[in-house]
Design a protein around this ligand. Structure first.
Ligand code: OGA
Ligand code: FE2
Length: 536
């Protein structure tokens, strides 16, 4: 039974396109769910192998016990024993055929089924790139959400259902990945965490000497010579013969002595270090700081005075016949740019349908390369997405009509409905939805003008993280299942509204589903007449 199940999965696996094998698993929960199922099937297969091996050993054991008794009695009185013709016959039979059969049994490979499953499934396993990607996602989350290394390692995250912790070895692995990226800041944090967990008595195969070797180097790279020396000393206590550490120690002492001399003669090396860190700080874009603060729910920029002018109301789509009797709930999220949220605007059933339609088509989301105008994948947009047409399902068509009714904008010139799924660490860094003047016209082929407005459905709640933030104006919009937000990207003049720059914050815990509709300029000439000035 269990094997049948495995073979079904295996057969399915073979039918999948080859490109499926390595498509950045960490970017969406959907594909990682498949991996969990694969792993579950492999465990079943492994258990079947164990059972087969156990029953084989059981047979061998029985044979050994039987023969043990027999040879015991026989050797006590060999002549008397063999005097019985049946015993003589049985001895011939045993030695001529039965021991041979037993030999075959001992040699029989019970691992066939498991190994072939493993070989086939391995093609669909994540590779080094996926593992590094997942590790980098963890480091990114650590920075964005100001998570302390110990908190992250103990799995004390807000909103988690399945608490999970990192072993000293896991921490060491993360440190090593940071190290290969020349990211000594995170190398230090994670090597220190690994060491801490070992010092607290965690049983592990991680080796303190190795950890200290990486740690002292990372500390040295960041300019803390005294600490690097202290760590190297600690390493040498554990392994006095360590060649590199002995060499480094001599080098550190030499540098230290030189620095002391330089200090005496007035050359200020500390100034140098300070200048360098200042440069580094400047490199760190202020927008990134704002973006990360907003993601954490800090740095919101709305005075109480302005807040008082945000309202909620029942909205009938400007006397749209479909909504006069049953208006929808609308809330102001922000004033400038105006962002409104519609509540209970998509039902759970509709969400399920949209997700099911999108799931088999999800692939890594792309962006327009501003230089070539072509579509490419980018580290700043980590999610999987798919496009749904109104023709393929009455649900999608109904959703499109709803957007038209409530925005008053023509959806026939809009792009198809885009469905996106962000896994843990999935994000979309600050961007504009509209095309800028200095770019090759990304929407030229469409012939429908620029993206006049954005409609964004939240199709899931997110346990932690995953807000949509507007760093220019300091706004954060939190995902809430069944709601949608809407804003204009262009002024009535057709000029882009730069205050609409926005981002999707990395998902910290859980899984985020959204879908959006980008409405275009064509078709809105009478619905939203253009003006000559931006301010109108
Ligand atoms: C987008 C976008 C925001 C979000 O897809 O263009 O900005 O919260 N998404 O997913
Ligand atoms: Fe966007």
């Amino acid at each position: 039974m269990a094997f049948n199940k495995i073979w079904c999965t295996v057969a399915l696996g073979l039918l999948l396109p080859v490109s499926y094998a390595h498509t950045d698993f960490f970017t969406s929960i959907g594909h990682m769910t498949d991996l969990l199922n694969t792993e579950k099937d492999l465990v079943v297969s492994l258990k079947d192998y164990i059972k087969a091996e156990e029953s084989k050993l059981e047979q061998i054991k029985k044979w050994a016990e039987k023969l043990d008794q027999l040879t015991d009695t026989a050797t006590k009185d060999p002549e008397g024993f063999l005097g019985h013709p049946v015993n003589a016959f049985k001895l011939m039979k045993r030695l001529n055929t039965e021991w041979g059969e037993l030999e075959n049994l001992v040699l029989k490979d019970m691992s066939d089924g498991f190994i072939s499953n493993m070989t086939i499934q391995r093609q669909f396993f994540p590779n080094d790139e996926d593992q590094t990607g997942a590790a980098k996602a963890l480091l990114r989350l650590q920075d964005t959400y100001n998570l302390d290394t110990d908190t992250l390692s103990r799995g004390n995250l807000p909103g988690v259902k399945h608490k999970s912790f990192l072993t000293a070895e896991d921490c060491f692995e993360l440190g090593k990945i940071a190290y290969t990226e020349a990211d000594y800041y995170h190398t230090e944090l994670w090597m220190e965490q690994a060491l801490k967990q070992l010092d607290e008595g965690e049983v592990s195969s991680a080796d303190k000497v190795y950890i200290l070797d990486y740690l002292s180097y990372a500390v040295y790279q960041q300019g803390d010579l005294a600490k690097a020396m202290m760590l190297t000393k600690r390493l040498l206590e554990l392994d006095p013969e360590h060649q590199r550490a002995n060499g480094n120690m001599k080098y550190f002492e030499y540098i230290m002595a030189k620095e002391k001399e330089a200090n005496k003669s007035g050359t200020d090396t500390e100034d140098q270090v300070e200048k360098e860190t200042e440069v580094k700080k400047k490199d760190y874009l202020p927008e990134r700081r704002k973006y990360e603060m907003l993601c954490r729910g800090e740095g919101l920029k709305m005075t109480p005075r302005r807040q008082k002018r945000l309202f909620c109301r029942y909205y009938d789509g400007n006397r749209n016949p479909r909504y006069i009797l049953g208006p929808v709930k609308q809330e102001d999220e922000w004033d400038k740019p105006r962002i409104v949220r519609f509540l209970d605007i998509i039902s759970d059933e509709e969400i399920e349908t949209v997700k099911e339609l999108a799931k088999p088509r999800l692939s890594r989301a792309t962006v327009h390369d501003p230089e070539t105008g072509k579509l490419t994948t980018a580290h700043y947009r980590v999610s999987k997405s798919a496009w749904l047409s109104g023709y393929e399902s009455p649900v999608v068509s109904r959703i499109n009509t709803r957007i038209q009714d409530l925005t008053g904008l023509d959806v026939s010139t809009a792009e198809e409905l885009q469905v996106a799924n962000y896994g843990v660490g999935g994000q979309y860094e600050p961007h504009f939805d509209f095309g800028r003047k200095d770019e090759p016209d990304a929407f030229k082929e469409l012939g429908t003008g620029n993206r006049i407005a954005t409609w964004l459905f939240y199709m899931s709640d997110v346990s932690a993280g995953g807000a949509t933030v507007f760093p220019e104006v300091g706004a954060s919009v939190w995902p809430k299942k069944g709601t949608a937000v809407f804003w204009y990207n262009l002024f009535p003049s057709g000029e882009g509204d730069y205050s609409t720059r926005h981002a999707a914050c990395p998902v910290l815990v859980g899984n985020k589903w959204v879908s959006n509709k980008w409405l275009h300029e064509r078709g809105q000439e009478f619905r939203r007449p253009c003006t000559l000035s931006e301010l109108e």
